[in-house]
Design a protein around this ligand. Structure first.
Ligand code: PHE
Ligand code: ZN
Ligand code: ZN
Ligand code: ZN
Length: 296
């Protein structure tokens, strides 16, 4: 898999910040900063050769949008989806939550195009609307699928908050190997978790499980029986002293600016963002195959 340039990911964060600054300080559902964010991401994907669809839904009297981007080729009956929510809360620009997941996935999608990757599986990227109001966009998408369309989606990767300033390295615990919290996810979730884990092992960074409880856009997918997984660097919770020993940082919140006006470009840990963008690329390449022809 290619190395994902951190500078490229950070350039997208700067654009999200600029969009918020120009639109009342946020990128929230029903506000102009949300649609401007969709337009920014869509323009780059269209130029790179993706087939994009802007899907509308209504929530709370406002129109929301999901952006779906298909990479032409691969077995569409064996589709791997990669998603992130693109909306912020109204309180702030939403750069760690979830500019980071949105920008990392965007840069992985652009790396697929740059390298001419020809995977065995079909790849479909998604940027979800109105996650912050209760997973509204991802739920509208999954609910709108026919039975055949749903069974063609054989895996879903979710990235929500992957650059927290005081980061942990949490993987959604799809196999419930820690035995606490929500039970195991659909069969296949364990393989996703183990593939993400293999990347972190390769760079010598320890990971821990985080409850597979549906608190982000993978929820509607696992409810539909679709295997899922993802990375999370922590939100309002506090890092324990044992976790400080593991990962460094401090015994404060993983993200002290969670859902606040200070969730700006200053609220991102570059090392975490860089590692996680590379982990996403590794996992997309490892799980999608190279069609027997692809580079790297
Ligand atoms: N979905 C939460 C939010 O956007 C953050 C979160 C992600 C919490 C993953 C737990 C696990 O605010
Ligand atoms: Zn989020
Ligand atoms: Zn949030
Ligand atoms: Zn696990």
């Amino acid at each position: 898999a290619p190395d994902i340039p951190l500078a490229n990911v950070k350039a997208h964060l700067t654009q999200f910040q600029n969009i918020a600054n120009a639109n009342g300080g946020n990128r929230a559902h029903g506000r102009p900063g949300y649609l401007a964010s969709v337009t920014y991401v869509k323009g780059l994907l269209d130029a790179a050769g993706y087939t994009t669809t802007q899907q509308s839904f209504t929530y709370n009297g406002a129109t929301g949008y999901n952006l779906i981007a298909d990479w032409p080729g691969g077995d569409t009956s064996d589709t791997l989806m990669i998603g992130a929510h693109l909306d912020s809360v109204t309180a702030g620009p939403g750069i760690n939550d979830n500019g980071t997941g949105s920008a990392a996935n965007l840069e992985v999608a652009l790396a697929v195009a740059r390298t001419g990757h020809q995977p065995d599986r079909h790849l479909r990227f998604a940027w979800w609307g109105a996650e912050e109001l209760g997973l509204r966009g991802s739920r509208a998408y999954v609910n709108g699928l026919t039975t055949a369309q749903r069974s063609a989606i054989t895996g879903y990767l979710n990235f929500d908050m992957v650059g927290s300033p005081n980061p942990g390295y949490f993987l959604y615990d799809g196999d419930n190997s820690d035995g606490v919290g929500a039970g195991p996810g659909p069969a296949g979730s364990a393989q996703i978790e183990q593939t993400l884990a293999a990347y972190f092992t390769s760079i010598g960074v320890p990971t821990r499980g985080t409850d597979f409880d549906g608190r982000s856009d993978y929820g509607p997918f696992i409810s539909a029986g679709i295997p899922a997984g993802g990375i999370f660097t922590g939100a309002e919770g506090r890092k324990t002293s044992a976790q400080v020993t593991l990962w460094g940082g401090t015994t404060g919140a993983f993200d002290p600016c969670y859902h606040a006006s200070c969730d700006t470009t200053a609220n991102v840990n570059d090392t975490a963002l860089n590692r996680n963008a590379d982990a996403i690329a590794y996992t997309v390449w490892a799980l999608s195959g190279d069609g027997g022809t692809g580079p790297t």
